[in-house]
Design a protein. Structure first.
Length: 212
């Protein structure tokens, strides 16, 4: 099955990449600032599930097809970018409404919707598609056989580490939000900041990537 040395090496690399602020971390921080802890942690779960769907796609050979197709890759990238902008605009609009200030302050965003939002962002992350397609197969032990199963197990370990790392980022950001947002007006401004962060992230995802 999975070689223990390769598993440890993949986990170390996954943990290092998860700890460095990237699209996934910035998304979680934006959700935490806009809506609070519950939404942030639900988004973390959905993002990890979406990322694991990409692992399954790579294990089945679909990931390489997407990575080689410029049109398909860009369509997925732009869909993810548009969704990030949509989530950011939604949070920003809510922060401007007086009736939304109480809801934002309580952090009572629907958990199911947050998991779904995180899933969409995770499954359309172009950097994850490229990373998993290029790197995950390199940690497979050819002598052990069952390459697809090895990739699924390695990807599962990476997803669990992402849950922990992104969860810490989400808790940290939501704690800072609660500490800074002692007044409804300031809480509204913090929520708007989270919305702007997601809009900026969506724009960044849309304009960066492959040049071919």
């Amino acid at each position: 099955m999975v070689n223990s040395h390769q598993l440890l090496a993949f986990c170390a690399m996954s943990l290092l990449l998860s700890a460095v602020p990237g699209p996934s971390v910035l998304f979680v921080i934006g959700r935490a600032l806009a809506h609070g802890r519950r939404t942030a942690l639900s988004s973390v779960l959905g993002n990890a599930l979406g990322g694991y769907v990409l692992v399954i796609a790579v294990a089945m050979g679909v990931g390489s097809v997407v990575e080689r197709s410029v049109l398909l890759f860009n369509l997925i990238k732009l869909a993810g970018a548009a969704y990030l902008v949509f989530l950011g605009a939604k949070a920003l609009r809510a922060s401007w409404r007086d009736r939304a200030i109480t809801r934002i302050a309580s952090g009572a965003a629907p958990g199911g919707g947050s998991v779904r939002a995180g899933f969409v962002v995770g499954v359309t992350n172009p950097k994850s598609i490229v990373f998993l397609t290029a790197v995950l197969p390199q940690f497979v032990d050819p002598e052990a056989g069952h390459a697809s199963i090895q990739m699924l197990l390695l990807g599962l370990a990476g997803a669990l580490l992402q849950l922990v790392s992104d969860g810490i980022w989400g808790l940290t950001a939501s704690t800072a939000r609660a500490w800074l947002g002692r007044s409804p007006r300031r809480m509204s401004l913090i929520g708007g900041t989270g919305g702007l962060a997601m809009i900026g992230l969506g724009a960044s995802v849309a304009v960066t990537g492959r040049a071919d």
